[in-house]
Design a protein around this ligand. Structure first.
Ligand SMILES: [Zn+2]
Ligand SMILES: [Zn+2]
Ligand SMILES: [Zn+2]
Ligand SMILES: [Zn+2]
Ligand SMILES: [Zn+2]
Length: 284
């Protein structure tokens, strides 16, 4: 990102940049901060910008407890939404400090934060709900995302449901009817599966128990069709998706978006483009 005005001068950033700041991921905001003093001042002084904090890969791998506490402090006690995706270094103690210092938090999403403990998360949600009851009677805890926290069991889920009773809250995990573990449980998107209660029961489950198409969310028989992005694909989606011009494997739409180059010029998957790796169709 570069600072330049509509007249091309290098002194002042374009006014539009200030408006898009709120939509940028944290990594881009940090990058913007380093471009010039006006943007740095605007970012530092913008309380609203810091009220919702979302850290996701690749930045999440570097987020330490100290860094989290520092970034959260920029909300000046008004943080309302905290989303930490795969932040492996974050501990219960740091998260507790952030929640203690920000009594307005109504949404906490910490999937894959593997250093957090299930007991710590239950405790944290308890504190959030108590803070709400004390400070702002009208506001409710609205969202709790804890998929992938190590050791999360039925007793924790039961404790959370008890704490959150009466709150209009969404919790991302349930007990999977197939494996009996606490995980994200999804219902099939396929109309034919949803038509009968038997059908609904057959393919309702967690991702470990039911293979689902990455494109449409429908259940898939076996391992699904050949994909070049290693996501599971159903036959219907495979037929309409873009295929690699060399190996004829399909890629899901999300992967295609991240692929460099202009489409629909012939698409070549990562395996086939890699000069050091033999294409998969030679691997017989
Ligand atoms: Zn399961
Ligand atoms: Zn599909
Ligand atoms: Zn199904
Ligand atoms: Zn290929
Ligand atoms: Zn994919």
């Amino acid at each position: 990102m570069e600072c330049s005005s509509s007249h091309g001068s290098a002194s002042e950033p374009h006014a539009a940049l200030f408006f898009v700041l709120g939509y940028l991921p944290l990594r881009e905001i940090f990058a913007a901060q380093r471009t010039c003093r006006s943007l740095r001042d605007a970012i530092a002084g913008d309380d609203l910008l810091w009220r919702g904090l979302r850290v996701e890969p690749p930045l999440s791998r570097k987020l330490t407890d100290g860094a989290l506490i520092e970034v959260a402090s920029r909300a000046k006690g008004r943080l309302t939404s905290l989303s930490l995706v795969d932040c492996w270094l974050i501990t219960d103690a740091a998260l507790r400090r952030v929640v203690d210092g920000n009594p307005c938090i109504v949404k906490i999403n910490v999937p894959g934060c593997s250093r957090l403990t299930a007991d710590g998360v239950v405790n944290l949600v308890h504190i959030m709900v108590d803070q709400k009851k004390e400070k702002e009677k009208k506001k409710r805890v609205v969202e709790v995302g804890i998929n992938g926290i190590p050791g999360l069991g039925k007793e924790h889920l039961h404790a959370l449901n008890t704490i959150l009773a009466g709150e209009e809250c969404s919790l991302d995990v349930q007990v999977c009817p197939k494996c009996d573990d606490v995980r994200v449980v999804t219902q099939c998107t396929r109309e034919s599966c949803r038509a009968t209660s038997v059908g609904q029961a057959v393919c309702r489950g967690c991702n470990f128990c039911i293979a689902r198409c990455a494109e449409c969310g429908g259940c898939v028989d076996g391992s699904g069709e050949d994909s070049a992005c290693f996501h599971t694909l159903c036959l219907n989606c495979w037929l309409r998706l873009t295929k690699c011009s060399l190996c004829n494997r399909a890629v899901c739409s999300a992967h295609l978006l991240t692929h460099p180059g202009d489409l629909p010029s012939p698409f070549t998957c990562d395996d086939c483009s890699d000069p050091f790796s033999p294409p998969p169709y030679f691997d017989l």
